[in-house]
Ligand binder design. Structure first.
Ligand SMILES: [Fe+2]
Ligand SMILES: [Fe+2]
Length: 359
Protein backbone atom coordinates (compact mmCIF):
# COMPACT_ATOMS: atom_id res chain seq x y z
CA UNK A 1 0.00 0.00 0.00
CA UNK A 2 1.17 3.48 -0.73
CA UNK A 3 0.39 6.73 1.01
CA UNK A 4 -0.51 9.86 -0.90
CA UNK A 5 2.45 11.73 0.59
CA UNK A 6 4.12 14.36 -1.53
CA UNK A 7 7.68 13.24 -0.73
CA UNK A 8 9.47 11.14 -3.32
CA UNK A 9 7.98 10.80 -6.80
CA UNK A 10 7.20 7.25 -7.77
CA UNK A 11 7.50 6.78 -11.51
CA UNK A 12 7.81 3.75 -13.70
CA UNK A 13 8.26 3.60 -17.45
CA UNK A 14 9.32 1.82 -20.60
CA UNK A 15 10.14 2.83 -24.18
CA UNK A 16 7.72 2.63 -27.05
CA UNK A 17 7.98 3.37 -30.74
CA UNK A 18 4.71 5.12 -31.35
CA UNK A 19 2.87 5.51 -34.65
CA UNK A 20 2.78 9.15 -35.68
CA UNK A 21 0.51 10.13 -38.58
CA UNK A 22 0.42 13.66 -40.00
CA UNK A 23 -2.81 14.63 -41.72
CA UNK A 24 -2.50 17.44 -44.28
CA UNK A 25 -5.94 17.26 -45.94
CA UNK A 26 -7.80 18.69 -42.95
CA UNK A 27 -10.92 17.19 -44.48
CA UNK A 28 -13.37 15.78 -41.97
CA UNK A 29 -15.11 12.94 -43.73
CA UNK A 30 -16.54 10.82 -40.97
CA UNK A 31 -19.65 12.80 -40.02
CA UNK A 32 -20.29 10.90 -36.83
CA UNK A 33 -16.79 11.61 -35.54
CA UNK A 34 -17.27 15.27 -36.30
CA UNK A 35 -20.47 15.31 -34.31
CA UNK A 36 -18.80 13.46 -31.39
CA UNK A 37 -16.07 16.11 -31.40
CA UNK A 38 -18.66 18.92 -31.30
CA UNK A 39 -20.53 17.16 -28.52
CA UNK A 40 -17.30 16.70 -26.56
CA UNK A 41 -16.55 20.41 -26.70
CA UNK A 42 -20.08 21.35 -25.72
CA UNK A 43 -20.18 19.02 -22.73
CA UNK A 44 -16.86 20.00 -21.13
CA UNK A 45 -17.10 20.52 -17.36
CA UNK A 46 -14.64 21.79 -14.80
CA UNK A 47 -14.08 19.80 -11.64
CA UNK A 48 -13.02 22.91 -9.73
CA UNK A 49 -15.98 25.04 -10.78
CA UNK A 50 -18.76 22.46 -10.98
CA UNK A 51 -18.14 20.22 -7.96
CA UNK A 52 -18.33 21.38 -4.36
CA UNK A 53 -15.20 19.89 -2.79
CA UNK A 54 -15.78 21.47 0.63
CA UNK A 55 -18.01 18.52 1.52
CA UNK A 56 -16.19 16.22 3.90
CA UNK A 57 -16.47 12.46 3.91
CA UNK A 58 -18.01 11.34 7.17
CA UNK A 59 -15.52 8.79 8.55
CA UNK A 60 -18.24 7.23 10.70
CA UNK A 61 -20.24 6.34 7.60
CA UNK A 62 -18.95 3.77 5.10
CA UNK A 63 -18.95 5.17 1.53
CA UNK A 64 -20.61 1.98 0.38
CA UNK A 65 -23.47 0.71 2.47
CA UNK A 66 -23.15 -2.74 3.87
CA UNK A 67 -24.75 -5.21 1.50
CA UNK A 68 -24.39 -3.13 -1.68
CA UNK A 69 -21.45 -5.21 -2.88
CA UNK A 70 -23.41 -8.34 -1.95
CA UNK A 71 -20.85 -9.42 0.67
CA UNK A 72 -23.61 -10.07 3.19
CA UNK A 73 -24.74 -12.92 0.95
CA UNK A 74 -21.46 -14.80 1.38
CA UNK A 75 -21.84 -17.21 4.33
CA UNK A 76 -18.15 -16.92 5.28
CA UNK A 77 -18.33 -13.11 5.55
CA UNK A 78 -21.65 -13.31 7.40
CA UNK A 79 -20.00 -15.49 10.01
CA UNK A 80 -17.26 -12.87 10.54
CA UNK A 81 -19.74 -10.35 11.86
CA UNK A 82 -20.98 -6.92 10.88
CA UNK A 83 -18.02 -4.81 11.96
CA UNK A 84 -15.42 -6.93 10.09
CA UNK A 85 -17.71 -6.93 7.07
CA UNK A 86 -18.02 -3.14 7.23
CA UNK A 87 -14.25 -2.71 7.43
CA UNK A 88 -13.80 -5.10 4.51
CA UNK A 89 -16.46 -3.26 2.47
CA UNK A 90 -14.68 0.06 3.13
CA UNK A 91 -11.29 -1.40 2.10
CA UNK A 92 -12.72 -2.97 -1.04
CA UNK A 93 -14.32 0.38 -1.94
CA UNK A 94 -10.94 2.13 -1.49
CA UNK A 95 -9.26 -0.58 -3.57
CA UNK A 96 -11.80 -0.13 -6.39
CA UNK A 97 -11.53 3.66 -6.32
CA UNK A 98 -7.74 3.30 -6.56
CA UNK A 99 -8.21 1.18 -9.69
CA UNK A 100 -10.46 3.96 -11.08
CA UNK A 101 -7.68 6.49 -10.45
CA UNK A 102 -4.87 4.40 -11.99
CA UNK A 103 -7.10 3.30 -14.87
CA UNK A 104 -7.87 6.94 -15.66
CA UNK A 105 -4.17 7.75 -15.79
CA UNK A 106 -3.78 4.90 -18.26
CA UNK A 107 -6.72 6.27 -20.27
CA UNK A 108 -5.09 9.70 -20.33
CA UNK A 109 -1.93 8.27 -21.91
CA UNK A 110 -3.83 6.06 -24.34
CA UNK A 111 -6.05 8.94 -25.50
CA UNK A 112 -2.92 11.02 -26.11
CA UNK A 113 -1.44 8.12 -28.12
CA UNK A 114 -4.57 8.13 -30.27
CA UNK A 115 -3.98 11.81 -31.11
CA UNK A 116 -0.63 10.79 -32.64
CA UNK A 117 -1.68 7.59 -34.28
CA UNK A 118 -5.13 8.00 -35.85
CA UNK A 119 -5.00 8.80 -39.59
CA UNK A 120 -8.04 11.11 -39.77
CA UNK A 121 -8.24 14.81 -39.03
CA UNK A 122 -11.55 14.56 -37.16
CA UNK A 123 -10.21 11.52 -35.29
CA UNK A 124 -7.28 13.57 -33.99
CA UNK A 125 -9.58 16.42 -32.89
CA UNK A 126 -11.89 14.01 -31.11
CA UNK A 127 -8.98 12.18 -29.41
CA UNK A 128 -7.71 15.54 -28.12
CA UNK A 129 -11.06 16.10 -26.35
CA UNK A 130 -10.92 12.62 -24.88
CA UNK A 131 -7.40 13.35 -23.62
CA UNK A 132 -8.79 16.40 -21.79
CA UNK A 133 -11.70 14.34 -20.45
CA UNK A 134 -9.32 11.74 -19.05
CA UNK A 135 -7.17 14.44 -17.42
CA UNK A 136 -10.30 15.62 -15.60
CA UNK A 137 -11.09 12.07 -14.54
CA UNK A 138 -7.62 11.61 -13.04
CA UNK A 139 -8.08 14.96 -11.30
CA UNK A 140 -11.47 14.14 -9.72
CA UNK A 141 -10.60 10.65 -8.54
CA UNK A 142 -7.29 11.88 -7.12
CA UNK A 143 -9.11 14.63 -5.25
CA UNK A 144 -11.69 12.24 -3.90
CA UNK A 145 -9.15 9.59 -2.90
CA UNK A 146 -7.05 12.24 -1.17
CA UNK A 147 -10.00 12.74 1.16
CA UNK A 148 -9.93 9.02 1.97
CA UNK A 149 -6.14 9.32 2.53
CA UNK A 150 -5.69 5.80 1.21
CA UNK A 151 -4.57 4.57 -2.19
CA UNK A 152 -3.97 0.98 -3.22
CA UNK A 153 -1.54 0.05 -6.01
CA UNK A 154 -2.80 -0.73 -9.51
CA UNK A 155 -3.83 -4.35 -9.94
CA UNK A 156 -1.30 -6.28 -12.07
CA UNK A 157 -4.02 -7.33 -14.53
CA UNK A 158 -5.22 -3.76 -15.17
CA UNK A 159 -1.65 -2.55 -15.64
CA UNK A 160 -0.86 -5.35 -18.05
CA UNK A 161 -4.00 -4.61 -20.06
CA UNK A 162 -3.21 -0.90 -20.37
CA UNK A 163 0.47 -1.53 -21.16
CA UNK A 164 -0.50 -4.05 -23.85
CA UNK A 165 -2.82 -1.42 -25.35
CA UNK A 166 -0.10 1.25 -25.28
CA UNK A 167 2.35 -1.15 -26.98
CA UNK A 168 -0.08 -2.10 -29.77
CA UNK A 169 1.25 -1.65 -33.31
CA UNK A 170 -1.95 -0.26 -34.88
CA UNK A 171 -4.26 2.54 -33.76
CA UNK A 172 -7.35 0.32 -34.17
CA UNK A 173 -5.86 -2.04 -31.60
CA UNK A 174 -5.27 0.90 -29.26
CA UNK A 175 -8.89 1.99 -29.70
CA UNK A 176 -10.12 -1.56 -29.08
CA UNK A 177 -7.96 -2.03 -25.97
CA UNK A 178 -8.97 1.33 -24.59
CA UNK A 179 -12.38 2.43 -25.83
CA UNK A 180 -13.94 -1.00 -25.88
CA UNK A 181 -12.21 -3.20 -23.31
CA UNK A 182 -10.77 -0.91 -20.59
CA UNK A 183 -13.64 1.57 -20.88
CA UNK A 184 -16.19 -1.24 -20.99
CA UNK A 185 -14.70 -2.37 -17.70
CA UNK A 186 -14.77 1.18 -16.35
CA UNK A 187 -18.30 1.97 -17.52
CA UNK A 188 -19.63 -1.12 -15.74
CA UNK A 189 -17.58 -0.47 -12.57
CA UNK A 190 -18.61 3.21 -12.43
CA UNK A 191 -22.29 2.41 -12.81
CA UNK A 192 -22.11 -0.23 -10.12
CA UNK A 193 -20.21 2.11 -7.76
CA UNK A 194 -22.70 4.93 -8.40
CA UNK A 195 -25.53 2.63 -7.38
CA UNK A 196 -23.62 1.26 -4.38
CA UNK A 197 -22.29 4.41 -2.77
CA UNK A 198 -24.02 6.39 -0.07
CA UNK A 199 -21.56 9.28 -0.47
CA UNK A 200 -23.18 12.19 -2.28
CA UNK A 201 -19.83 13.65 -3.38
CA UNK A 202 -18.65 10.36 -4.87
CA UNK A 203 -21.97 9.86 -6.66
CA UNK A 204 -21.66 13.31 -8.20
CA UNK A 205 -18.04 12.74 -9.26
CA UNK A 206 -19.00 9.46 -10.94
CA UNK A 207 -21.97 11.04 -12.69
CA UNK A 208 -19.74 13.67 -14.28
CA UNK A 209 -17.20 11.03 -15.33
CA UNK A 210 -19.90 8.75 -16.74
CA UNK A 211 -21.16 11.46 -19.06
CA UNK A 212 -17.76 11.47 -20.75
CA UNK A 213 -17.14 7.73 -20.66
CA UNK A 214 -20.34 6.97 -22.53
CA UNK A 215 -19.03 9.20 -25.33
CA UNK A 216 -15.68 7.42 -25.29
CA UNK A 217 -17.35 4.05 -25.74
CA UNK A 218 -19.41 5.53 -28.59
CA UNK A 219 -16.20 6.79 -30.22
CA UNK A 220 -14.75 3.26 -30.17
CA UNK A 221 -17.91 1.99 -31.78
CA UNK A 222 -18.12 4.59 -34.55
CA UNK A 223 -14.46 4.79 -35.46
CA UNK A 224 -13.40 1.14 -35.12
CA UNK A 225 -16.44 -0.04 -37.06
CA UNK A 226 -15.61 2.41 -39.84
CA UNK A 227 -11.94 1.36 -39.95
CA UNK A 228 -12.65 -2.38 -39.87
CA UNK A 229 -15.18 -2.11 -42.68
CA UNK A 230 -12.47 -0.63 -44.94
CA UNK A 231 -9.70 -3.04 -44.00
CA UNK A 232 -8.21 -5.92 -45.98
CA UNK A 233 -9.55 -9.20 -44.48
CA UNK A 234 -6.04 -10.26 -43.41
CA UNK A 235 -5.55 -7.04 -41.47
CA UNK A 236 -8.99 -7.44 -39.94
CA UNK A 237 -7.98 -10.90 -38.73
CA UNK A 238 -4.85 -9.39 -37.15
CA UNK A 239 -7.05 -6.91 -35.27
CA UNK A 240 -9.46 -9.71 -34.28
CA UNK A 241 -6.51 -11.65 -32.85
CA UNK A 242 -5.61 -8.66 -30.71
CA UNK A 243 -9.21 -8.42 -29.44
CA UNK A 244 -9.03 -12.13 -28.57
CA UNK A 245 -5.69 -11.63 -26.82
CA UNK A 246 -6.94 -8.83 -24.53
CA UNK A 247 -10.17 -10.64 -23.69
CA UNK A 248 -8.30 -13.87 -22.96
CA UNK A 249 -5.88 -11.99 -20.73
CA UNK A 250 -8.77 -10.44 -18.79
CA UNK A 251 -10.57 -13.72 -18.56
CA UNK A 252 -7.47 -15.49 -17.19
CA UNK A 253 -6.86 -12.70 -14.66
CA UNK A 254 -10.39 -12.95 -13.29
CA UNK A 255 -10.34 -16.72 -12.93
CA UNK A 256 -11.03 -18.06 -16.41
CA UNK A 257 -14.33 -18.42 -18.29
CA UNK A 258 -17.28 -17.03 -16.31
CA UNK A 259 -14.81 -16.37 -13.44
CA UNK A 260 -15.27 -19.96 -12.33
CA UNK A 261 -11.64 -20.43 -11.24
CA UNK A 262 -9.34 -18.53 -8.91
CA UNK A 263 -8.57 -14.95 -9.87
CA UNK A 264 -4.95 -13.91 -10.30
CA UNK A 265 -3.34 -12.75 -7.03
CA UNK A 266 -3.53 -8.99 -6.50
CA UNK A 267 -1.13 -7.65 -3.84
CA UNK A 268 -3.42 -4.64 -3.27
CA UNK A 269 -6.43 -6.80 -2.59
CA UNK A 270 -4.31 -8.96 -0.30
CA UNK A 271 -3.51 -5.80 1.66
CA UNK A 272 -7.24 -5.00 1.88
CA UNK A 273 -7.76 -8.40 3.53
CA UNK A 274 -4.91 -7.74 6.00
CA UNK A 275 -6.41 -4.36 6.89
CA UNK A 276 -9.74 -6.06 7.49
CA UNK A 277 -8.11 -8.75 9.68
CA UNK A 278 -9.34 -11.48 7.34
CA UNK A 279 -7.08 -14.47 6.76
CA UNK A 280 -6.42 -14.93 3.04
CA UNK A 281 -6.68 -18.72 3.14
CA UNK A 282 -10.01 -18.50 4.97
CA UNK A 283 -11.21 -15.92 2.44
CA UNK A 284 -10.34 -18.09 -0.57
CA UNK A 285 -12.03 -21.10 1.03
CA UNK A 286 -15.05 -18.94 1.91
CA UNK A 287 -15.43 -17.80 -1.70
CA UNK A 288 -15.11 -21.38 -2.96
CA UNK A 289 -17.81 -22.44 -0.48
CA UNK A 290 -20.10 -19.63 -1.71
CA UNK A 291 -19.48 -20.57 -5.34
CA UNK A 292 -20.35 -24.19 -4.63
CA UNK A 293 -23.61 -22.97 -3.12
CA UNK A 294 -24.27 -20.96 -6.30
CA UNK A 295 -23.76 -17.54 -4.65
CA UNK A 296 -22.09 -14.86 -6.77
CA UNK A 297 -21.68 -11.25 -5.63
CA UNK A 298 -21.64 -9.94 -9.20
CA UNK A 299 -25.17 -11.17 -9.73
CA UNK A 300 -26.89 -8.70 -7.42
CA UNK A 301 -29.99 -7.28 -9.15
CA UNK A 302 -29.18 -4.31 -11.39
CA UNK A 303 -25.44 -5.05 -11.45
CA UNK A 304 -23.87 -4.40 -14.82
CA UNK A 305 -21.54 -7.14 -15.89
CA UNK A 306 -18.78 -5.41 -17.87
CA UNK A 307 -17.67 -8.47 -19.79
CA UNK A 308 -21.11 -9.83 -20.69
CA UNK A 309 -23.05 -6.59 -21.10
CA UNK A 310 -20.46 -4.15 -22.47
CA UNK A 311 -17.14 -5.47 -23.74
CA UNK A 312 -18.07 -8.54 -25.75
CA UNK A 313 -21.18 -6.97 -27.36
CA UNK A 314 -19.04 -3.90 -28.25
CA UNK A 315 -16.42 -6.07 -29.96
CA UNK A 316 -19.02 -8.10 -31.85
CA UNK A 317 -20.92 -4.95 -32.91
CA UNK A 318 -17.90 -3.40 -34.68
CA UNK A 319 -16.81 -6.64 -36.35
CA UNK A 320 -13.73 -7.28 -34.17
CA UNK A 321 -14.86 -10.88 -33.62
CA UNK A 322 -14.53 -12.91 -36.84
CA UNK A 323 -15.65 -16.47 -37.56
CA UNK A 324 -12.06 -17.58 -36.99
CA UNK A 325 -11.68 -15.90 -33.60
CA UNK A 326 -15.18 -17.00 -32.59
CA UNK A 327 -13.77 -20.52 -32.81
CA UNK A 328 -10.76 -19.46 -30.70
CA UNK A 329 -13.10 -18.02 -28.03
CA UNK A 330 -15.12 -21.26 -28.07
CA UNK A 331 -11.95 -23.29 -27.68
CA UNK A 332 -10.96 -21.20 -24.63
CA UNK A 333 -14.46 -21.63 -23.17
CA UNK A 334 -15.18 -17.89 -23.43
CA UNK A 335 -18.76 -17.14 -24.41
CA UNK A 336 -19.19 -14.51 -27.13
CA UNK A 337 -22.02 -12.38 -25.74
CA UNK A 338 -23.54 -10.29 -28.49
CA UNK A 339 -26.66 -8.61 -27.08
CA UNK A 340 -25.85 -4.85 -27.21
CA UNK A 341 -29.01 -3.52 -25.54
CA UNK A 342 -27.43 -2.62 -22.16
CA UNK A 343 -24.41 -1.09 -23.92
CA UNK A 344 -26.65 0.98 -26.18
CA UNK A 345 -28.90 2.11 -23.35
CA UNK A 346 -25.85 3.42 -21.45
CA UNK A 347 -24.50 5.22 -24.47
CA UNK A 348 -27.81 7.00 -24.94
CA UNK A 349 -28.72 7.91 -21.41
CA UNK A 350 -25.37 9.20 -20.23
CA UNK A 351 -24.97 11.82 -22.92
CA UNK A 352 -28.61 12.85 -22.81
CA UNK A 353 -28.65 12.52 -26.56
CA UNK A 354 -28.97 9.64 -28.96
CA UNK A 355 -25.46 8.56 -29.77
CA UNK A 356 -24.58 7.76 -33.35
CA UNK A 357 -24.75 4.04 -33.96
CA UNK A 358 -22.55 2.50 -36.62
CA UNK A 359 -21.45 4.05 -39.85
FE1 LIG B 1 -12.00 8.26 -18.05
FE1 LIG C 1 -12.63 7.33 -20.99
Amino acid sequence: MESMGKGSRRVEGWKTSMDVTWQFDYAAEIEKLKSLYSKSKRLQWDAERDIDWTREIDPSKPIVEEGRFGFDRIPFLRRLGKSTRETFTAQVAAHRLSQFLHGEQGALMVAAALVHAVPDYEGKLYAATQTMDEARHVEVFERYIRKLALVYPISPALKRLIDLTLRADHWVKIAIGMNMVVEGLALGAFHNMRRATSCELLREVIEYVLRDEARHVAFGNVYVQHALSQMHPDDREDIADFAYQVIKMMSDATGGPEAAGRPEPDPGFREALVRSSIDRGDFVRGLAEARLAGIRTDQAPGTIHSFRDLMMPALVRVGAVTERTRARFAEAGIHVYDDPHILESLEDRETGEVMPQGE
